[in-house]
Design a protein around this ligand. Sequence first.
Ligand SMILES: Cc1ncc(COP(=O)(O)O)c(C=O)c1O
Length: 427
Amino acid sequence: MTTQELSTQDKDLIWHPFAPLLSPFEYIPLDSAKGVYLHTSDGKTIIDTVSSWWVNIHGHSNETLAKALYDQAMQMEHAIFAGFTHEPAVRLAQNLMTLLPEGFSKVFFSDNGSTSIEVALKMSLQYWYNKGNTNKTKVVALDGAYHGDTFGAMSVSGRGGFTAPFFPFLFEVDFIDFPTEENKEQIYLQFEKLVAHEDCSTFIFEPLIQGSGGMRMYSPEILDRLIAIAQQHDVICIADEVMTGFGRTGKVLATDHVSHKPDLICLSKGITGGTMPLGITACNAKIEDAFRSDSYAKALLHGHSYTGNPLACAVANASFEIFTSDTCQQNIQRVHTKHLAFAEKLKAYDNIEKIRVQGTIIAFDLKGFGETGYESSARQKIYPYFLERGILIRPLGNVIYLMPPYIITNEELDTVYQEILTFLADH
Ligand SMILES: Cc1ncc(COP(=O)(O)O)c(C=O)c1O
């Protein structure tokens, strides 16, 4: 197919995510992707500074991951995970246990970030049901949260444009204001009141950073305190590490920055290095214990056709080896250090504010663009501006952020930084 034919067929047949059907943007045909680069069908090269929706941590078309995928596909591509097991899944469970907090004892496989959240919510709610406490049905979440697009995940996400058509169908959740250094004492009080209530079962949060909510960051000290308060009242804590897991915040998990550990952790995105879809819900022994029964009435009766997919597990195991290597860990620290230095440079620009860095993520807000939502005018302007210059930046409203694959070189980072400075000088 020619590039033109591809575009036309796409327009006729395909419904793309998160966009109006009559999108103002053309969908750019891609031929290939390698390292930090996307290669378009018409011969252009684009630096992927968003790791293709935050999944790609080792660069595109990584040969080790590709080989793991090929080898596994030749051996066993998929098999029903009810009544059977296999080495890639067991090895992945063992590998993940080395990264998860002490006391974690089980992993449950699903297909993506949203399903890992659904499973976590069901485990938490059924935990209380299995214990015979049917009062505990309430979930507390953070205002502005984003936990995915399925109904449970939408229910615990902030109410806004993404979920507006479904408001009547979402279950009721208590939202606390987003915590900051200024309002934290008030938030602790607000939070304590909610979790102390006898119907409160669960606290779910994106640790340290709300991604889709605008790369909003809050301190480990605040998170630690919130988890501590929730656990004082025996409320189950779910850390949504779908975006933050696998090094994004500078440590393996964002919850590695705090001393009070959640009871459930959701992982996806970076787990396969961005090669295969996979979701994991991991739980500690406290949760597991409530399900330790031979009765179907107490079982988690949940599963997906592709649960425990051997291809995804094999790639995740190969990705684990790369991720835990010294080179990868050094790259994470190198990207972090580069971002910190760039943040210093950004301070000279008075058309931006709230410059923030956490691990391999840097973000700042543009001033003077009015509305801050997903469909803000800033996005309409910034996205094409950088694409024309060979850089993929997808602003969240007026928030510009970078979340590159860890293999991005200093020179590639400097190219991106320089284009951002040029943009800021001109706008
Ligand atoms: C924190 C968080 N949770 C859940 C999800 C949903 O993941 P998925 O898109 O794989 O369903 C996302 C996706 O961006 C996310 O950032």
